[in-house]
Design a protein around this ligand. Structure first.
Ligand SMILES: [Ca+2]
Ligand SMILES: [Ca+2]
Length: 366
């Protein structure tokens, strides 16, 4: 009963083999080229990383393989020949073994806008190439015309109760607002009206930084893509009060002395002396990357809700809340003789420069 079934399998295997290695196939290198990039509309002055793959699907090694750029239409991105790496057309060219893939990233610079999207061809070639057809990719990078004019408008508000929402009375009147063109550096300034409303008209398409300062409020710098779409109108731009003096943190190691690799227990107290509940309070620790700092504050397994990637804690107005967390004493702390913990605490990380910061340390020995 089994014999015919086995014979059928064998026949299928033979057919597959004859298709992948036809008797009439030529010998030689056969490069295959592909290129991908993030598909979005780019501004003049931006750079576009292009991920490139060159595979040799032939049965002979490709030598002296070189890249070539050809402009087809519209704006011409600037791609220095050195971006081709081993495939630099001015060099000796790359060697690609049968079955080997070489991957790298080329950076194209959009230095100017010459009448539209940039369409161009990237290709590789090698001597004795069997199928030149699949050695090239034609790419079109969409560009935002710098002649596009747009409106940037909206309301500035000071989020007094920190709920993320513009409530009546939170509008910031008579406040100077700037937008700065990130490419040219030029800027415009207006003041908000009695309703916190600001409006910039005739804004040339580009990336901008919207900024404002208001006494008693955190400074704001917000990145904007101004491309003529309606995403830059009716903005609600928020600031908050500094938490300095409102949220009072205290941090203590359980022991005075640790050894490298120890798991240290740390007690944290957070006192909310303000009028409003604080939600989503997390820790941002050791942001200066000092290697004698306690490890693990980013990890919910060590820091629970307070971990930077955790959900955060709620500290009600007038409440003091206690937390127990752990961390690993790094080997580098042995060299300095102490392990450090430097943390800012707060609810909205985009304003982390207004977080109260607290420090603790313990001795480290053998
Ligand atoms: Ca080919
Ligand atoms: Ca609010």
């Amino acid at each position: 009963m089994r014999a015919p079934f086995k014979r059928g399998l064998l026949a299928a295997a033979l057919i597959t083999m004859s298709m992948t290695t036809p008797a009439w196939a030529d010998d030689g290198p056969d490069l295959r080229f592909s290129a991908t990039f993030a598909d979005q509309a780019y501004f003049v002055g931006e750079t576009v990383p292009i991920k490139v793959n060159v595979t040799n699907v032939g049965n002979k090694t490709a030598t002296g393989a070189k890249g070539k750029y050809t402009n087809i239409s519209g704006s011409s991105p600037f791609i220095p020949t050195s971006e081709w790496r081993e495939f630099n057309p001015g060099g000796i060219g790359a060697t690609v073994a049968p079955g080997q893939t070489k991957s790298f990233t080329m950076v194209a610079r959009l230095n100017s806008f010459n009448g539209g999207d940039a369409t161009f061809k990237l290709a590789v070639s090698t001597a004795g190439e069997l199928t030149p057809d699949d050695n090239a990719a034609t790419l079109t990078i969409a560009m935002v015309s710098p002649y596009t004019r747009a409106v940037v408008d909206g309301t500035l508000f000071g989020d007094e109760d920190r709920d993320g929402v513009l409530d009546p009375g939170e509008e910031l009147a008579d406040t100077a607002v700037q937008i700065r063109n990130n490419y040219s550096g030029s800027f415009k300034e207006v003041r908000t009206d009695a309703h916190g409303w600001f409006s910039f008209t005739n804004v040339a398409a580009q990336r901008y930084t919207l900024a404002f300062k208001s006494p008693g409020w955190a400074n704001v710098q917000k990145q904007l893509r101004v491309d003529g779409s309606d995403r830059t109108t009716n903005l609600q731009v928020r600031t908050v009060r500094s938490l300095e003096g409102t949220l009072v943190p205290k941090v203590e190691f359980h022991e005075n002395r640790y050894r490298p690799g120890d798991t240290a227990q740390v007690s944290i107290w957070l006192a909310n002396t303000g009028r409003f509940d604080l939600r989503g309070v997390r820790a941002g620790c050791d942001l200066n990357w000092d290697d004698s700092h306690l490890l693990g504050s980013d990890d919910p397994a060590h820091w629970g809700v307070l971990a930077r990637s955790g959900p955060g804690a709620t500290i009600a107005a007038g409440e003091v809340k206690a937390f127990e967390v752990t961390g690993i004493v790094p080997d580098a702390a042995f060299d300095t003789g102490s392990v450090l913990l430097t943390c800012g605490f707060g609810d909205h990380f985009e304003f982390s420069d207004t977080f109260p910061v607290v420090e603790a340390s313990a001795r480290v020995g053998a």
